[in-house]
Design a protein around this ligand. Structure first.
Ligand code: F0G
Length: 459
């Protein structure tokens, strides 16, 4: 077969204008925002790679589905379509809709986790970690060693270290490990996939100790594509079939449908244990809504039901994973070190390697994210010491494990020329990397500080 460009498997049907703030306007916006890109107004951003969450374009089928939304408080038809779509893919018995992923996490952890417990995960996402810690428990990251070597091309850098999992359970005692989680793909560790082989191994350790295993399934379809293309013996399977096997190995899942649900809002908590499901449903009623809508409109349930199917389309996944790799190639060519191989939903810039003159205490990844915005209105997100570092009572800072800027690619939203533009902005910033200066933290909240922290440049 001759080489052919992998093209967007869709035509553009509705367009949303982009604003083009001037360099002076961007500088003023950054100062007003306290050098925190979460504080920017969307019209101050040219290309928004802050997140792939809820920011994708929906399909004609999803919009059409929304017109079928049944807004009945109880027993909505849309709920049953949603439930059937989730069950068809996951096989899990109880499906509890939630307004997004963290609501599912909060309900699960409030039900299953008690103070002093330890929850192992390959790497907790920030809201997952915060929800575990909010219960007075410890969120322990047990990703394999290869994950920490950013230049390693190991194909499944999201895998959990099963020896450390076994050692953790033995050390703290089975009774203090209420559940084990695996995040697919491993967002905080670079959007790296977990292999089926690793999932099976983790399952068998959980069986050994009789501990439930849950998936943080936000990007399950992207993970399935990596399994198909990278794991031996999986090439001839469909992403759906692989996803089905992934879910068959777990007792439950939390899901943000804002990712591989291809929707602007939504999520679910699903599980096999009927007793646990009952307690979770009761909590759901208390804070989210009746179990047939869980804080969502009927039309949202319709969008998710169709989105979950579309996320598993092989043509879509081929394009999706390739377009992220295309951005990674651009970054590589700009001479900016990245986490390799590129993840499914995002490219992670290694700010510590690009800016060795800025110490972790001056937040090099935050400085780089701000520089990309100033240079070309490109908004990424810091995944470094702002997000995962900690201030101790004596005022000193414990840095995060790495200093990354994530450029997340919204689904079906930007074209190749948008990404070419991002590449040009990256090159301009990389060329004057040594001129970038660090930041000093001037305000922080007690948890999830990255959302509202404020900074000023270090003189
Ligand atoms: N788990 C993972 C792995 C996630 O990436 C996210 C969200 C959540 C849970 C929480 O889901 O936002 O619907 O409440 N990640 C987004 C991101 C916000 O930008 O990576 P949510």
């Amino acid at each position: 077969m001759p080489y052919r460009t992998i093209i967007e498997p869709f035509r553009i049907h509705t367009v949303e204008p982009i604003d083009f703030p001037t360099a002076e306007a961007r500088k003023a916006a950054l100062e007003r925002s306290g050098y925190n890109l979460f504080e920017l107004h969307a019209d101050e951003v040219i290309i928004d790679l802050l997140t792939d969450s809820g920011t994708g374009a929906m399909s004609t089928s999803q919009w059409a589905g929304m017109m079928r939304g049944d807004e009945s408080y109880a027993g909505s038809r849309s709920f049953y379509r949603f439930r059937d779509a989730v069950t068809a893919i996951t096989g899990l018995a109880h499906v509890i809709p939630t307004h997004q992923g963290r609501a599912a996490e909060r309900i699960l952890f409030q039900t299953a986790v008690k103070p002093g417990d330890v929850v192992p995960n390959n790497t907790h996402f920030d809201t997952t970690r915060a929800n575990v810690e909010f219960q007075g428990a410890e969120a322990r990251d047990l990703v394999i060693e290869e994950s920490h070597d950013h230049s390693s091309d190991y194909p499944f850098k999201g895998n959990m270290d099963v020896d450390r999992l076994r050692a953790t359970i033995s050390e703290v005692g089975r009774d203090r490990v209420p559940l084990v989680m695996l995040t697919v793909t491993n967002n905080s560790g670079g959007g790296q996939p977990v292999s089926l082989a690793n999932l099976r191994e983790v399952r068998s350790v959980c069986d050994e100790f009789d501990i439930p295993l849950f998936l943080d399934a936000c990007r399950f379809a992207e993970n399935a594509w990596f399994v198909k293309t990278r794991e031996e013996g999986q090439q001839d399977r469909t992403p759906r079939d692989i996803a089905r096997e992934m879910f068959s190995l777990v007792d439950g899942a939390t899901m943000s449908a804002k990712k591989d649900g291809m929707s602007n809002i939504g999520g679910f908590l699903a599980m096999n244990d009927p007793a646990l499901a009952e307690v979770c449903r009761n909590l759901l009623i208390l804070t989210e809504g009746f179990p047939t809508y869980g804080g969502l409109a009927g039309y949202d349930l319709e969008a998710v039901a169709r989105g979950l199917e579309e996320a598993l389309d092989p043509e879509y996944l081929r394009y999706r994973i390739r377009s992220t790799a295309y951005l990674a190639d651009k970054v590589d060519r700009a001479g900016i070190p990245i986490i390799k191989p590129p993840g499914g939903h995002a490219v992670y810039l290694d700010a510590a390697a690009l800016l060795p003159h800025i110490p972790a205490s001056q937040f090099p990844a935050q400085a780089l994210a701000c520089a990309l915005y100033l240079e070309g209105g490109v908004r990424g997100v810091e995944i470094g010491s702002v997000m995962f570092g900690k201030r101790l009572e004596d005022g000193s800072e414990v840095p995060g494990p790495s200093e990354l800027v994530r450029l997340a690619v919204p689904r079906r939203t930007y074209t190749q020329s948008h990404i070419d533009y991002v590449g040009e902005v990256l090159i301009s910033v990389a060329e004057r990397a040594e001129e970038l200066i660090g930041l000093r933290l001037t305000y922080q909240a007690p948890w999830l500080r990255h959302f509202t922290a404020r900074f000023e440049p270090v003189e």
